[in-house]
Design a protein around this ligand. Structure first.
Ligand code: AGP
Length: 610
């Protein structure tokens, strides 16, 4: 949720930290702060608001500081103001800490510490860690030992980085659940919450696993478990470069990422779906023998990833005849689902770090289910912990609203569905070959949909005064409607309800009135006639209608005020195309309303707290 960076051994630690924070800001951005080693003291500066506020406030930072830590915050405890911004310090001001996560037993720890004379300066859970470390330093421990002792009693999720004026070369960092990586360059040691923060300095990165502790110095580093056992550093493979993480000429990362979708889908299919050759999933650690034993599938995720899973359910059930349950991750682990060793649990997460999905995967493993993770981030926590991983290869996604990773998830799960069908013999080889050819054509068709960007912008312009939207779909059009509504909510801040069109008459149709805009997913498919009847019902009640339809479908176009077309495709692949006009519709409405689409209010790219 929050972003962390730390550096030691730099000629200009402040510059390295500020550059890293600028790449982290998308993870959390209600405040930011920095702490620098300052010749036997620690200098800190914290500011509420976007990073620009902090940039203005560091003009009097100590020159030539060689080590320090920085943070961008998304509030969980305490208001997003200056005093709750990180870094937090102990009573002496000689120790500073940045933290991502939640310390669940912070209230009890705080009461104990206040009882022994510690004075708190913020409302955060993080500050208890600063004072606890201080209390261990007071009894003679060194910094690493004090952090170890502190984290042994901390409950919850954390990634932390700590500096102390008494050891100016050292950063101590650790994690449990929340992400943390480290980097090395010539005479430079780095810690960070994610890859883009460190890529500007180095490509030599290493993973840090749960309950490990890093002692990072300018010319050396050491990883140990919280129990003190040495850990061999595990290099992290990085496929991304800095240029990939920049806007590439578009106004926003989101628009750039929408236009990267043909590439994202092609890369996700690459080597897995080859016309004339067949299907291959041999880089996923999947065991065909175990997969043949599977008798039930669960798909688990949050938000946009959940909707990708909902669309995939239709394909997996249709092609494999396996029953598929679909769950929102935060519900899954608490509802006691029926799992055993023949259950396949598919965890879908762009980041691979979303805490609800991560904990759902852990729950499934405890019940001996096979866990397959679908994620975009190589070596993310879920990727490491799953029994198998199928990487979407969409490249870094910076915009908070997921777009290209959603399409990549959809096609990754279509491939999985076909692979399972092939293994189980539920489709004939020529049917699979035909579907492989159709999958292979998708990047081209996606590019065609993107050509209607200007038309969609014009339609959005005409809808910019509307405040209430309904998104309707049937069959695989239903998850597309849900995703279209979510996009509009999260970046345009407009009320948007996604519904299965057949459910409308059971209540929500009461809300339809003159001026309501209904967006219908009405591409060609076996339920199109029923969908069009539902469209006629809302039109009769005064709604304006925007329809996503298949190119050339005149009867559908005749029922709409505005038509957004997509090329014809296999019905089960259609969500990969029909969702794109809805992404662009939300994008242009948000821009027309003057919103910051890359950093929508109240949202963070990766939700690492429950
Ligand atoms: C999508 O636009 C949202 N940012 C959000 O719903 C997101 O999909 C959800 O938080 C899940 O994230 P994940 O894919 O990284 O697990």
């Amino acid at each position: 949720m929050c972003g962390i960076i730390g550096v030691t051994g730099s000629a200009d630690a402040l510059a390295v930290i500020m550059e890293g924070l600028s790449r982290l800001e998308y993870r959390g951005y209600d405040s930011a702060g920095v702490a620098l080693q300052d010749g036997g003291k620690v200098w800190t500066r914290r500011r509420a608001g976007k990073l620009a506020e902090l940039v203005e406030a560091v003009g009097d930072a100590p020159a030539r500081a060689t080590a320090g830590i920085g943070h961008t915050r998304w509030a969980t405890h305490g208001r997003p103001d200056d005093r709750n911004a990180h870094p937090h310090t102990d009573c002496t001001g000689r120790l500073a800490i940045v933290h991502n996560g939640i310390i669940e037993n912070h209230a009890a720890l705080r009461a104990e510490l206040e009882g022994t004379g510690h004075t708190f300066a913020s409302d955060t859970d993080t500050e208890v860690l600063a004072h606890l470390i201080e209390s261990h330093l007071d009894v003679g421990m060194d910094l690493a030992a004090a952090v170890r002792a502190t984290l042994a009693v901390a409950q919850g999720a954390f990634a932390v980085a700590v500096i102390h004026a008494g050891d100016p070369d050292l950063i101590v960092a650790s994690r449990r659940v929340s992400p943390l990586i480290i980097g090395r360059a010539d005479g430079l040691g780095l810690v960070g919450s994610d890859i883009p923060a460190l890529l500007g300095q180095t490509r030599e990165l290493y993973a840090v696993d749960d309950d490990q502790l890093v002692e990072m110095r300018a010319d050396s580093f050491r990883i140990t478990t919280l129990d003190g056992a040495e850990v061999e550093p595990r290099p992290l493979r990085v496929d991304w470069d800095l240029e990939q993480a920049e806007k590439g000429g578009y106004d926003d990362f989101m628009l750039k990422e929408i236009h990267e979708q043909p590439r994202a889908v092609a890369d996700t299919l690459l080597g897995r779906v080859t016309p004339g050759v067949g299907l291959s999933l041999d880089q996923t650690r999947l065991d065909d023998g175990e997969l043949r034993e599977i008798d039930k599938v669960f798909i688990v995720g949050c938000g946009t990833s959940y909707y990708a899973g909902l669309a995939a359910k239709y394909a997996i059930e249709h092609w494999t005849r396996l029953p598929v349950e679909i769950d929102i991750a935060s519900e899954f682990r608490y509802r006691d689902p029926v799992l055993d060793r023949n259950t396949l649990v598919v965890g879908v997460s762009q980041s691979g770090e979303t805490v609800d999905t991560l904990q759902a995967m852990r729950h499934a493993k405890r019940w001996k289910a096979k866990v397959l993770v679908i994620t975009n981030v190589v070596d993310s926590s879920m990727a490491r912990e799953g029994d198998a991983v199928l990487y979407t290869r969409a490249g870094p996604e910076i915009g908070v609203a997921a777009t290209k990773t959603h399409l990549a998830q959809l096609v990754a799960m279509e491939v999985l569905a076909l692979y399972l069908a092939q293994l189980r013999g539920t489709l004939y080889p020529d049917e699979i070959n035909d579907l492989i050819h159709q999958l292979h054509r998708l990047p081209e068709d996606i590019a065609r949909v993107l050509e209607s960007n200007d038309h969609i912008e014009a339609v959005a312009e005409q809808c910019k005064g509307v405040r209430d939207f309904f998104f309707l779909g049937r069959h695989v059009g239903y998850p597309v409607a849900l995703e279209g509504a979510l996009k509009l909510k999260e970046i345009a801040y407009l009320r948007a309800e996604g519904y299965p069109a057949g459910e409308l008459k059971h209540g929500p149709i009461a809300l339809i009135e003159e001026g309501t805009v209904v967006v219908g997913v009405a591409n060609r498919g076996h339920l199109l006639d029923k969908m069009l009847s539902n469209v006629a019902e809302v039109r009769a009640r005064g709604a304006s209608v925007v329809l996503v339809s298949t190119e050339g479908d005149e009867a559908t176009a005749a029922l709409a005020d505005h038509v957004l077309t997509v090329p014809d495709s296999h019905e089960l692949f259609a969500p990969v195309l029909t969702v794109i006009p809805l992404q662009l519709f939300a994008y242009h409405l948000a821009k027309a309303r003057g919103n910051d689409v890359d950093k929508p209010r109240n949202l963070a790219k990766t939700v690492t707290v429950e």
